[in-house]
Design a protein around this ligand. Structure first.
Ligand SMILES: [Zn+2]
Length: 260
């Protein structure tokens, strides 16, 4: 069997396993449809350009950071510095966890993955003592079921991919998201998704990495990003960072077992 086909089967097998197991289901009770904007890795341009666009429309986003990568050049661009973390909070955005070492959610053994969650928290406490991570996103791959289970104990919600939106009932250990960079040449898919989300009272979580005129393959241009934000605002839904959106859809609050 050719390698690409094996990879495709592997990917499907992982997604099926991951979706079916270690779930933490919640019935969505949001009074309005929701949209969130999230950035993985937190390259500097995600705040400088992406954050500026969000703020110009009066909305805020969520930045998922791996504190072991600060100031480094990574495949998604130049990663933020510790002063950018304070700026995120000052502007009213949410800071979320992406593990300390940007651990591959499938390839890393679940114990080491959890250690990296804890390491990220401890480092955040040194940099910004009054801030904590309420949500996380899985780096690189779909998580193993045991990784989902362990991660879910630390956070109100853990975001994956899936190129879809959440509706009616969702798995807090694998919240569906849509990576914008995968549709930057087919924007009509995004416009349709915004409309479907509105009609079905869903929660559409957008994800990307850098926002730059010449983006990496993991990011998108300011023009495309701004059009997504503009259409999201125009659709009349509530646009909130991930932790606030979780409060809106579960008014009685979400239990978290491990708060260190
Ligand atoms: Zn990442």
């Amino acid at each position: 069997m050719p390698g690409s086909l094996i990879k495709r089967f592997q990917g499907k097998y992982r997604r099926t396993l991951s979706t079916a197991l270690a779930r933490r289901l919640v019935k969505m009770q949001n009074a309005m449809p929701l949209i969130s904007f999230t950035f993985d890795d937190f390259p500097q341009s995600a705040l400088e350009t992406g954050g500026r666009i969000l703020c110009s429309y009066g909305v805020r986003g969520t930045y998922y950071v791996s504190l072991g990568l600060l100031d480094r050049d990574e495949p998604s661009g130049h990663i933020c510095s510790s002063t950018d973390l304070a700026e995120v909070i000052a502007q009213g955005h949410e800071l979320g966890c992406h593990t300390f070492g940007h651990c591959d959610a499938w390839e890393t053994d679940p114990g080491s993955f959890e250690e990296s969650i804890v390491a990220n928290r401890l480092r955040l406490r040194e940099i910004l003592p009054s801030t904590n991570f309420a949500t996380m996103s899985y780096p690189i791959n779909t998580p193993r079921p045991d990784t989902k289970r362990r991660s879910g104990r630390h956070f109100a919600g853990c975001r994956g991919g899936g190129q879809s939106f959440n509706v009616r009932e969702m798995d807090l250990n694998y919240m569906q998201a849509f990576f914008l960079e995968q549709s930057r040449d087919t924007p009509s898919i995004v416009w349709e998704l915004i409309e479907q989300n509105r009609q079905q009272m869903g929660w559409l979580i957008f994800a990307t990495h850098d926002v730059a005129v010449r983006p990496t393959r993991f990011g998108c241009t300011p023009a495309f990003f701004e059009e997504v934000v503009m259409r999201a605002v125009k659709s009349g839904v509530q646009i909130l960072p991930v932790a606030q959106a979780l409060s809106a859809l579960s008014p009685r609050g979400i239990q978290v077992e491990k708060k260190i």
